[in-house]
Write a protein that binds this ligand. Structure first.
Ligand SMILES: [Zn+2]
Length: 413
């Protein structure tokens, strides 16, 4: 962790500032704390492999004891959930290799870690809507001189969308340590990961951010009122900020992995200070499929809201938020590759791509992708070679727009 984080980190229990306990085991390089113990008025917490762990679940206690005993490698094992044995060694070997991909590390963590869908995340319908909303709202309120936080951000797929908008770099917060560890290394290099519990008070100072968001996770938070109160506290300040909740499920309409969602009216009632705008995801999705703009000035009918399995919530007093926004891609930092949802076969000087969903469950949940992913596409080999070299030939721009070609983090798979 960068020592500048001390300005915004606060104990979730006493609200006090932290300092590095220099009388205990610690390792630092220049302005980065690699391993150590942070102390506040009430408690001590570990920093494990550069990530502050600011909760008191069993793995965090075990990790703290390992750091106190001067064994940072064991602390990392405790936080990734691999205490001993072959699996832990596989993870450590993959983590130590500079050529490992995101997929290699995911596989080293074993079958219990994450479903295989991460490969397709950057083209799934949930992602493309959230990405457009995030870039529109964060771009408006941050203006490149305030900071964003992605809470319950998992391995940072949407934190990546904030990298050029947030200054200083965005914070990626999640309870699940291996995900934020992956996010920092692959998905959103340069972000600041913080391990904390979304069901408790947030370990950040009031007004530390201009933009706070939670995507595709709010339905799993039980303490929803506390959570919204906390996100609102984090963006309080003289300049208007924004709270955004992307893709939260709707208690009035069933969806896969339903969680404990509320109705649209229930979500509105969580917000005390600012009246939020609640959108049916289908309308925003249609905006994105037609190439924009994304219309945040829209007011969806009660029927549209009640009938949509997923909702987007935006709360801001910034005058530029509730209007039409062009859809703008982030600057390219990764590499363009053929979407792994396509099977590729040679056809002379060309390649024939065929859309193939990995299974029926995926198609059930993400089948709306067929509105932009064509069933078949042709690609010239020399265009593909240019793409691999980092150029997008004009002939491929439409395939990029339609997500047949996707920009992925380097060493993703
Ligand atoms: Zn404390």
């Amino acid at each position: 962790m960068n020592i500048d984080l001390f300005d915004i980190l606060r104990c979730p229990f006493c609200g006090g500032r932290f300092e590095l306990v220099t009388s205990m085991f610690h390792q630092s390089i220049e302005d980065q704390i690699l391993d150590g113990i942070l102390g506040c008025h009430c408690c001590i917490f570990p920093v494990v492999d550069g990530i502050p762990v600011l909760h008191l679940q069993a793995n965090a206690i075990a990790a703290r004891e390992h750091i106190e005993a001067g064994h940072p490698a064991l602390a990392l094992r405790a936080m990734v959930g691999l205490e001993a044995g072959d699996q832990a060694e596989r993870f450590e070997a993959a983590a130590a290799s500079s050529t490992s991909t995101y997929r290699d590390i995911v596989e080293s963590l074993g079958p219990g870690f994450e479903g295989g869908y991460f490969l397709y995340r950057f083209s799934d319908p949930t992602f493309i809507v959230a990405n457009a909303v995030v870039r529109a709202v964060a771009g408006t309120v941050l203006q490149g001189r305030r900071r964003a936080v992605d809470i319950c951000g998992g391995s940072g797929h949407l934190t990546r969308s904030l990298m050029d908008l947030s200054s200083p770099p965005p914070v990626l917060a999640d309870l699940y340590f291996p995900k934020i560890w992956l996010g920092r290394r692959f998905t959103a290099p340069g972000c600041e990961p913080v391990c904390c519990d979304g069901n408790g008070p947030m370990p950040f100072a009031r007004g530390a951010f201009g933009y706070a968001m939670c995507s595709d996770a709010f339905q799993y938070i039980w303490t929803k009122r506390l959570f919204v109160g906390e996100l609102s506290r984090l963006v309080e300040g003289p300049e208007p900020g924004a709270v955004v909740i992307n893709h939260t499920h709707n208690s009035l309409t069933w969806s896969p992995s339903h969680g404990q969602p509320l109705s649209p009216a229930g979500y509105r009632d969580l917000f005390e200070a600012i009246q939020p705008h609640v959108y049916a995801e289908a309308g925003l999705f249609a905006d994105v499929v037609k190439g924009g703009p994304i219309e945040l000035g829209r007011v969806d009918s009660p029927e549209a809201l009640d009938g949509d399995p997923a909702l987007t919530i935006v709360a801001s007093q910034h005058p530029g938020v509730y209007r039409s926004h062009p859809i703008e891609a982030a600057p390219v930092t990764g590499e363009f590759r053929i979407n792994p949802l396509y099977a590729v076969e040679a056809a002379g000087e060309e390649l024939r791509l065929r859309l193939q969903f990995p299974n029926a469950d995926y198609e059930d949940e993400y089948g709306a992708a067929k509105q932009y992913l064509p069933a078949e596409a042709m690609l010239r080999r020399d265009d593909l070679a240019a793409l691999t070299a980092g150029q997008v030939p004009p002939a491929l721009l439409d395939l990029v727009r339609r997500k047949v070609i996707v920009e992925l983090p380097r060493r993703y798979y």
